[in-house]
Structures are given as C-alpha cells and as structure tokens.
Ligand binder design. Structure first.
Ligand SMILES: [Fe+2]
Length: 198
C-alpha cells in the first residue's frame, strides 16, 4: 500500500527506513526521538487549515503512517482517542500543550465522567507517546506563531472518537488529510479512500 510521490529528504528517508525495520515500540520511540529530522525536512508538507489544524500525510504503509500536523496560533484538537493505534508525536517546531484524560466505563456499560489527568508542554524536540490503554488527549498550540508536529501511528489511524466533557459523550469521526505526499487536496478528506484502498 505504500506510495512515494514526493522526493523525501535524506532525514525523512532514513526515518521511514528505520521505522520499517523496527517492531518494538520502545525502539520505535528511540528512533523518532533521535532522528535528525528538522523544519527543512518537512517543508513540502506544511499545509494548514482554517477551521482546524492541517493534517498532512508524509508516508503510509500497512505497518504505519507518518503525518505532519500543522497548527496555527490557538488551534487545538478535540479530546480524542486513537482507535487501535499507538501514536508517537515529536514536536518539530513551536510549542504545544498536551492534556491527558481518562474515561472509564460503569458496570452498566455507560460512560463515566471524563477526567483530566495531567497537562504538559511539548517543546521542540520533545516526544510523547499515547494509545487507548494510556487514555485520551487533546493537543493545543500555545506558541505565538505556528507549530509543527510529526505524528507516527502504528498502524495507520483511519478513524477515532472525539469526546465531549459536557455530557461525557463520544462520537466516531473519520480522519482526513489536508495534503498527501506533499500534494494539497482540493478539499480536506478527498483522496482518502483512494489512499486506503491501494
Ligand atoms: Fe492524538
């Protein structure tokens, strides 16, 4: 299912190759943390959205997908989970705030209150890791300017849930891309099925 359209920089190519040959999440984390990837490497994928953050596909295969998320000032995600995927995020530039939550199920199957667990600042070069066993989170750009974060999902994440703290409800959403392999989509989400079906 992998596609290579854009010419990857040496740092991006090296990262993709290293991740493709790794199985252990501990090693994968270390590879992402020690990668030399920098702002120049992600230049082709820096596309923004007005209503939300930009979500730009750099690389995808059956094993993982690599996405650059681009934040304008004050943009933030909803509280969300990560389906069956492990998510590793590395801040490439700017400053983000990650707030984590948990929601447990009651014995009758109903959802309990969504509780904030902690909040931390993610600066340039910092790496975070989350999956559904750890909990939920939301990410907010707290930089005065734009911020960029590399997200690597094992496996690729097609859908997730977003959570509402007002009534503790959740709903499923399909993830879409602002650009794919450096090519801006005409409209967010277009081309997504094409990506997953190939
Ligand atoms: Fe996330």
């Amino acid at each position: 299912m992998s596609k290579i359209v854009a010419a990857y920089s040496p740092n991006v190519s090296k990262l993709i190759s290293s991740l493709s040959n790794s199985q252990s999440m501990k090693i994968i984390y270390q590879i992402i943390e020690t990668s030399s990837i920098c702002v120049e490497d992600i230049e082709p994928y820096r596309h923004f959205e007005t209503s939300s953050y930009g979500r730009n596909l750099i690389y995808g295969c059956s094993q993982f997908e690599m996405i650059l998320i681009c934040w304008k000032p004050e943009q933030e995600s909803a509280i969300h989970d990560h389906d069956q995927s492990d998510c590793i995020m590395r801040c490439i530039s700017g400053k983000l705030e990650e707030t984590r939550y948990i929601q447990t199920s009651c014995e009758d199957g109903s959802a309990s209150e969504i509780k904030q667990v902690n909040s931390k600042i993610v600066r340039e070069g910092d790496v975070t890791y989350i999956n559904n066993d750890i909990g939920l989170h939301k990410i907010r750009n707290i930089n005065e300017g734009v911020s960029f974060a590399l997200h690597v999902y094992f496996p690729g994440i097609r859908k997730c849930h977003i959570f509402n703290t007002e009534d503790n409800s959740k709903r499923e959403i399909m993830n879409s891309f602002t650009s794919e392999y450096g090519v801006k989509k005409n409209k967010a989400g277009m081309g997504y099925d094409e990506y997953w079906n190939n």
